[in-house]
Write a protein that binds this ligand. Structure first.
Ligand code: NAD
Length: 367
């Protein structure tokens, strides 16, 4: 029996709809495994600006610091998207939160459910069985380096910099994860050109001796971009810097076909935040058509990575898989041959998930 405090940042748009189903799943897991999960809600993004004028109010930081894990729906509102001149913006809240909590490690699993093979633009035989876990460095590299513009505006400059310590702390997490999976770690860099990448490669190579069971493969980023599409099954764990990871994870997300299915985690030394990779989807907010599965799978990541509850996490993943196997779909993952009565709204697929989870938990307790 474990006690955990979870802060929910429902956010904007479809955020509250999808995060409420993830909360219900976590509540049921707690009941089934006799844990005690306590939930508290705090404001972030447009919801926070509307209520307090600040996208990340101090009470939200306090609540997050005072919890064992954080679940985020999404932030963003068309009000700001349509007017770039507005100074206080929802996404500032999320970026500031990642920095404040030191969430340097972004984890993104890329795994396709067999039932959704048709949803990708790649051939099913290339995709089937692909299962990749990305470790992207999130608080260093070129996005955080010195930048400048010449006085006449005709030149712009950005700086890409990594310290050994920054590389070591994320590489260690990636090596450990690879050791628990298939034992293959691809480290991505551009060490044939960039000094920061030379340091990256040397540092990761030095650490390999500590993890003799993990096969370390260095790969240049341009080759990695090509190999991901040519043969995604060759990858197990992939370790990248901030910008390379930004590009490669978006590319890899298309392997699974739908934004509505992809979870993620941002992890630091003390705190961790779990969220679907999609945004607030204002075009479908409040219409009961958002797919809650990415957020439910983010809750599964929370169970595994924040609470070390692997079995609980797997039950959630199996539940999602079985609901898909039964033929249920939300509109974003339906295909031309999906019968109309199998295309469910947010609430209806949420209820299917809870029903299936209840069956699994009951059996798990009896066994
Ligand atoms: P988006 O991910 O919100 O939506 C892109 C498209 O995918 C839309 O057509 C949307 O309807 C669809 N979609 C997204 N999630 C879905 C789901 N769960 N189920 C079904 N369909 C889904 O991206 P966008 O339209 O570029 O951005 C909208 C807002 O979200 C913007 O304000 C943006 O800044 C913000 N945003 C926030 C985050 C975050 O909170 N981490 C990430 C990306 C974008």
């Amino acid at each position: 029996m474990q006690r955990k405090k979870i802060t929910i940042l429902a956010g904007d748009g479809i955020g509250p709809e999808v995060s409420s189903w993830a909360q219900k799943v976590l509540q049921l897991i707690a009941k089934g495994f006799q844990h005690s999960f306590y939930f508290q809600h705090a404001l972030l993004g447009h919801a926070a600006i509307a209520a307090t004028g600040n996208p990340l109010p101090p009470e939200t930081i306090e609540a997050c610091k005072n919890s064992d894990a954080i679940l985020l729906g999404a932030v963003g509102d068309p009000l700001y998207d349509n007017d770039p001149s507005i100074k206080v913006r929802p996404e500032q809240g999320l970026l500031a939160l990642r920095k404040t909590l030191g969430l340097y490690c972004n984890l993104r699993p890329i795994k396709i459910f067999d039932e959704l093979l048709h949803a990708s633009s790649l051939k099913p035989e290339i995709l089937q069985g692909a299962d990749i876990l990305f470790f992207r460095e999130l608080t260093g590299g070129i996005y955080f380096g010195k930048r400048s513009r010449s006085a006449d505006g005709s030149q712009g400059m950005d700086t890409m910099s990594y310290t050994k310590e920054e590389v070591q702390r994320i590489a260690r997490k990636a090596f450990i994860a690879a050791g628990k999976r298939r034992g293959i770690l691809h480290s991505i860099d551009k060490a044939n050109v960039l000094d920061s990448s030379k340091l990256w490669r040397e540092t990761v190579q030095e650490m390999a001796a500590e993890f003799p069971k993990v096969k370390l493969i260095h790969m240049y980023v341009d080759n990695a971009a090509m190999q991901l599409i040519r043969d995604p099954k060759q990858f197990d764990v992939v370790l990248t810097g901030n910008m390379f990871g930004d590009i490669l994870t978006d590319e890899a997300s298309q392997i699974t076909g739908s934004l509505g299915m992809l979870p993620s985690a941002s992890i630091g030394n003390q705190w961790s935040l779990f969220e679907p990779i999609h945004g607030s989807a204002p075009d479908i907010a409040g219409k009961n058509i958002a797919n809650p599965l990415a957020t439910i799978l983010s809750a599964a990541m929370m169970l595994e990575f924040a609470f070390d509850m692997k079995e609980e996490s797997q039950v959630v993943i199996n539940t999602v898989s079985d609901v898909l196997k039964a033929g249920y779909r939300t509109a974003d993952i339906a295909s031309a041959d999906t019968p109309l009565n199998m295309i469910l709204g947010t609430q209806e697929i949420g209820e299917q998930i809870l029903e299936e989870l209840e069956v699994k938990l009951f059996q798990a307790v009896v066994i």
